[in-house]
Design a protein around this ligand. Structure first.
Ligand code: PSV
Ligand code: MN
Ligand code: MN
Length: 388
């Protein structure tokens, strides 16, 4: 039997981190569709994130991307966040949008370019000191397009050297999260293509280096929940970049294409104590809302993570273990499916009411009339966007 009060407590204490870039304009390489009322600077992105927090109560942390969110005074940005009941979360580094990094950043054959990339990563740690952020998220677009283009092994050596220098610079309460991605923009080799490569580097670096699982960064059919279970067992799961995909790195709303997969992932998290704050698993979104309204899309995404988490928490672990130990394949599978097939929306509505929130976060946002306010008020200036 599951203890409903424990389930409720776990759902109330879960924290879902929203990405600053999810509030800005974005698109594909074919077209960016600009939306009215989109933030013009990082301060306004936080104002929008505050609306998500007001509607859901579980999204008080916002990830930043440097240089997209560069400001003169990060401490002041932190104060602005605090005024809105928010804190600044992971600092996402960016060594993929500078012409110098065409052939790679930290793995580039040219030592001067490697130095430039490393300096950016170290600057991100300086920013973390000012924002109070715990996590530095590292994603490298580094790789090659053609066989023979560069030495695969030498690039690993260069990567290891840069990671060690960043690791050395981290404070006692700071971590680096190494993200992997199968391909894109590199199409032949990628220098951190999979969890195994990320894990091997993190293991060598030490306890402050952990793997981040972006759910859109695998080959189709990859069993992500296996990766999650493995990394949790090794205490190397730093967090998630949640999003959803049909084909490649689609960055769609988490849980939209395959809610069952999201449930399976969160079952491994819940079962292996990954929801406990002290485990340090960061539940971040990494999404772009190209055609849908952005703030409601982030709210919907937070709700999708909550629903999958609620179902995961409802799994009757005693019955599951009994089925597994006795080799009753069908019984064990049925326990999991029973939880997945439970409609948890009334439970989540009840929890929200207990927290003094509107039971329907989408309605809460509509009723706030924030959308009308920003469409009318945010005129002039350059709207922020992916890469702005
Ligand atoms: C790369 O595809 C990635 O997932 C990394 O996390 C980047 O920082 C992010 O997307 C930007 O949207
Ligand atoms: Mn990501
Ligand atoms: Mn991605």
């Amino acid at each position: 039997m599951t203890d409903l009060s424990a389930v409720k407590a776990a759902l109330k204490s879960q924290r879902i981190e929203t990405p600053s870039w999810g509030y800005g304009n974005s698109g594909t390489r074919f077209k960016v569709f600009r939306q009215a009322g989109v933030p013009r600077d990082p301060y306004e992105k936080l104002d929008d994130a505050a609306q998500v927090q007001a509607a859901t109560g579980v999204a008080p942390v916002v990830s930043l991307h440097i240089p997209w969110d560069r400001v003169d005074d990060f401490a002041e940005l932190g104060t602005h966040a605090k005024k809105h009941g928010l804190t600044l979360g992971a600092i996402n580094s960016n060594v993929f949008q500078d012409d110098d990094f065409k052939l790679g950043s930290v793995t580039n054959a040219d030592p001067a370019i490697r130095r430039k990339a490393l300096d950016h990563l170290l600057e991100c740690v300086d920013i973390m000191d000012q924002t109070g952020s715990r996590d530095l998220k590292l994603w490298f677009s580094d790789g090659t397009n053609y066989p023979g283009q560069d030495d695969i092994r030498a690039r690993q050596d260069r990567l290891a050297e840069a990671l060690a220098a960043v690791y050395e610079r981290l404070g006692d309460d700071q971590r680096m999260l190494l993200e992997y991605k199968l391909f894109e923009p590199a199409f032949y080799t990628t220098d951190v293509p999979d969890w195994g490569t990320s894990y091997a580097h993190c293991l060598k670096l030490g306890p402050k280096a952990q793997v981040v699982v972006d759910t859109g960064h695998h080959a189709p059919g990859t069993n992500i929940e296996f990766i999650v279970a493995f990394l949790l067992r090794e205490k190397k799961l730093g967090g998630f970049d949640f999003n959803s995909r049909f084909y490649a790195d689609d960055d769609l709303m988490v849980g939209s294409a395959d809610p069952f997969q999201l449930f399976r992932i969160l079952h491994e998290v819940a079962k292996n104590n990954g929801l406990a704050a002290e485990t340090g698993v960061a539940f971040m979104l990494d999404q772009c809302h190209n055609i849908e309204a952005k703030i409601p899309a982030v709210i919907r995404s937070v709700m999708n993570v909550q629903e999958a988490t609620a179902k995961a928490l409802l799994v009757d672990l005693d019955a599951l273990t009994a089925g597994q130990r006795s080799g009753d394949v069908l019984a064990a599978n049925a326990v999991l499916m029973d939880a997945y097939n439970t409609d948890v929306r009334p439970l989540l509505a009840e929890i929200r009411q207990e927290q003094g929130l509107n039971p329907d976060p989408m309605a809460a946002y509509r009723d706030s009339r924030w959308q009308q306010q920003i469409v009318a008020g945010r005129v002039g200036g350059e709207q922020a966007g992916w890469g702005a």
